[in-house]
Every structure is written in structure tokens, then in C-alpha cells.
Design a protein around this ligand. Structure first.
Ligand code: ATP
Ligand code: MG
Length: 396
């Protein structure tokens, strides 16, 4: 990926076009950023109503492994990225043989497998939670009591706390593994968390790397609920450590693209890496309104081989995730409100609403997010708490 794909340039006989595997909200925000910079876009996603497919210039509606779909994507695009970490790595490998693909299939394959991911963190010298890989019954039997109470997590395909069961005893562990259909899992010791944080970096094919400030994250029921990014939200020493660890992890992968690494801060002050996402991340959505470049713009830049400059946060920020739980249930008569109180929320200063165009709301489903920006941490917190109260989000 040595030569830049400039907006408006002719590449392979077509106007510069960027493709994305996956049509969820992250793909949608990538498409918006790419289009803002003058690129044409193509989304490959099987769902006719996918959030990104509906805003892209072109939507290839096939399965991720469909040969014709992949061939069409390659034919139309000068370079291809992914927005969904469970896009099959072999599909990215096929694409990567013919077009620049960022992140590379090798990086995505590691991030798709909790065991491989933890091994990579250890190789990079970054501490992980005590854990055991469970692929066979003998490994289950050999698990040390030190790992209990723990969380049994499927090695593959988990997100938003799905595919995870908390266990206290060996009996519960055994029942949980059966419940997860005995697929390969990782048992992690339950750690005493004081806080959670994450770091997003963008690395170009030339090895240049930039990072956003460290995000402080609050999860509820295994799902990200609130992200706070302002002076004092994360202790400066912890932040420096988290940034250094994330850079080492990206460097170790020779990563190209946007990468997010999530961390646990333990009661004792120790920083432990949790997992990584080979793509922009929910905890980085505040960058859309609080930084001079968003994580999606950096995804475009890394994919197109454009220069990277260190992003600058210009406002204190809080992001509230808008889950389907906030949508009023449709009454049998069809009367009454059908969406949250946006009018009142948008009357507050520094509120920025982002909705993903999903057609139906379900509990736990990510429908959008609200970014709140302010001149000071105190101001942004005050507004965010008001917005949360109006929306029915528990105070934080
Ligand atoms: P994501 O949507 O971020 O991909 P996921 O389904 O992969 O989520 P994890 O990040 O593994 O899930 O866990 C979700 C949340 O559960 C964490 O953010 C943390 O709050 C809690 N958690 C996970 N592992 C542990 C642990 N070992 N000890 C304590 N809490 C944990
Ligand atoms: Mg997570």
C-alpha cells in the first residue's frame, strides 16, 4: 500500500472508491467520513436494511464469503476495510491478494480469537488477566481453582457481553461450558475492577502512528454505556501506560488501520489489557464532535494511504450510548411517543445526536449515541447528566 489513493483520482479506470466489509453503524460512519472526503463507497453486507448499505453509493448484498460478491467488491474498489470484527478472515485474505486491505487478515484473525489475542498481548509484554484456554474436557478438568470465580468467554464471535457466563464453582463452570455447546473458550479470573479505559490508535502502512487520548468507559450489563474523555477522567500515569501498551500491540502486529485496545484498571492500580478491536470502536465515537479528526476519518486516511497527523481533542466530551431500551414501546393504538425526547435533549448546549437508521429498537441494541461537548469537565458532566435524566439513562 505504497501509493496514496487520492479523492477524485482515477484508479483501475474508476473514480477513487473505498469499500467496507460489513454494513453496521461503524460501516455507516466510515461511509459518511469517506464520502465527506470525496470518495465513492461500496458496502458488502447481506442485510438489505443495513445501516451502512443504506447510505453508501453502492451496496453489494451478499454473504461475506460469496465469491461473486467479493469479486464485485474488488472490481469496484481501490482499497477495502472492515467494520465488523467477525467478518471471516479468509474473505479478507481473498480480497488482500488483489487489493490493499486494512486491517490485514492476519491482524483480524488474531483479534477474532481470544486465545490468540491474549498470546499476542503477552508477546508484546502487556499483562493480561489470569486465564486458561478450554478446548477439550481435559483442559476443563485441569483448570486451577485460582481462576474461580471467573468468566467463561467463547474464544470467537462474542460481543457486547454475549457468549459469556460468570461462574463461581467448578460445577457452574462445567455447566456453563455445556451451555456454550463446548466450543473453544477462555476462562478468565474475575478481577476487581476499579475502572475501564481504552485507547484508539491509527497506524499507516509506512509505520507512522497517531493516537487519541485515553477514554474512560463505563459498562452496564457487559455493554458500553458511557465514555468520558476530559482532563482528569483517567490518571495521567495510567493513561501514559495504556497508550504505550496500545502502541506496542499495534506495532507488534505491523497493524494498518484503526485499532482499539480495552483495558481494566484494577483496585490495586495495576493496568491489565482486556481485548482489542481491529476497527474503530464505540468508545471512540466522541471523536466525531470533540476532536479535530474523528476515528472514522483516520480509518479513511490509513486505508487510502493519506498522511496522518496527531488528532487534537478540543472539547471535554461524554458519549452516552443510546440502546433500544430507551425507545418507548409502541402502544396497541399506535398513539403516543415513538422515540425518546430528542427535542428536549437537543435544547441542551453541546449535544450532538447520532442515530444509525436502524428500523426497529430492541433492548440492548445499539441504536445511536449522543455526544456531549463542553468547555470544561464540570460543564460537560452537568449537561450529560441532564441529558441522561431526560432519556432515562441511569446517572453515572
Ligand atoms: P465488546 O462489546 O467490548 O466486544 P465483549 O462481549 O467482547 O465486549 P468483554 O470486553 O470481554 O466482552 O467483557 C465485557 C465487560 O465485562 C467488560 O468490559 C467488563 O466490564 C466485564 N468483564 C469482562 N472480563 C472481566 C474480568 N475478567 N473481570 C471482571 N470484569 C470483566
Ligand atoms: Mg469488550
Amino acid at each position: 500500500m505504497s501509493r496514496a489513493i487520492l479523492p477524485g483520482a482515477m484508479v483501475n479506470g474508476q473514480m477513487a472508491t473505498l469499500g467496507v466489509m460489513g454494513g453496521g453503524q461503524l460501516g455507516r460512519m466510515f461511509v459518511h467520513a469517506a464520502q465527506a472526503m470525496g470518495y465513492f463507497t461500496v458496502v458488502l453486507d447481506p442485510d438489505a436494511a443495513s445501516p451502512a448499505g443504506r447510505v453508501s453509493h453502492h451496496h453489494i448484498q451478499t454473504d461475506y464469503l460469496d465469491e461473486q460478491g467479493l469479486a464485485q467488491l474488488m472490481q469496484r474498489c481501490a482499497a477495502i476495510t472492515t467494520e465488523f470484527e467477525n467478518v471471516p478472515a479468509p474473505a479478507l485474505m481473498t480480497l488482500g491478494a488483489h487489493r490493499p486491505v486494512a486491517p490485514a487478515s492476519e491482524s483480524v484473525a488474531i483479534a477474532q480469537d481470544r486465545a490468540a489475542e491474549k498470546a499476542h498481548f503477552v508477546r508484546c509484554g502487556v499483562p493480561v488477566a489470569p486465564h486458561a484456554v478450554i478446548e477439550k474436557a481435559v483442559q476443563l478438568a485441569a483448570v486451577s481453582d485460582d481462576l474461580l470465580p471467573g468468566i467463561l468467554k467463547t474464544s470467537r464471535m462474542g460481543y457486547d457481553g454475549k457468549g459469556q457466563i460468570r461462574v463461581k464453582t467448578r460445577e457452574e463452570l462445567s455447566a456453563a461450558w455445556d451451555q456454550l455447546k463446548n466450543v473453544p473458550c477462555v476462562l478468565e479470573k474475575m478481577l476487581p475492577l476499579k475502572a475501564e479505559c481504552s485507547v484508539i490508535v491509527a497506524r499507516g502502512a509506512d509505520g507512522q502512528m497517531v493516537n487519541f487520548p485515553v477514554q474512560s468507559n463505563l459498562h452496564r450489563d457487559g455493554i458500553l454505556a458511557v465514555t468520558c474523555v476530559y482532563e482528569g477522567a483517567v490518571h495521567a500515569d495510567v493513561a501514559a501506560q495504556a497508550v504505550a501498551a496500545t502502541r506496542a500491540i499495534a506495532e507488534g502486529l505491523h497493524y494498518v488501520g484503526v485499532l482499539c485496545v480495552e483495558f481494566f484498571l484494577l483496585e490495586g492500580g495495576q493496568l491489565v489489557v482486556n481485548e482489542m478491536a481491529p476497527r474503530p470502536h464505540n468508545s471512540g465515537h466522541y471523536t466525531m464532535n470533540a476532536c479535530d479528526q474523528s476515528q472514522f476519518e483516520l480509518q479513511v486516511r490509513t486505508l487510502a494511504g493519506l498522511p496522518l497527523t496527531q488528532p487534537r481533542q478540543h472539547s471535554s466530551a461524554i458519549m452516552l450510548n443510546l440502546l433500544g431500551d430507551l425507545w418507548p414501546e409502541v402502544t396497541p393504538t399506535g398513539k403516543g411517543p415513538t422515540s425518546p425526547a430528542w427535542g428536549q435533549v437537543l435544547a441542551l448546549p453541546g449535544t450532538h445526536l447520532h442515530l444509525y437508521g436502524k428500523l426497529s429498537a430492541r433492548p440492548g441494541r445499539k441504536m445511536g449515541h449522543l455526544n456531549i461537548t463542553g468547555a470544561t469537565p464540570e460543564a460537560v458532566r452537568a449537561t450529560a447528566l441532564q441529558a441522561a435524566a431526560l432519556l432515562g439513562i441511569e446517572a453515572f
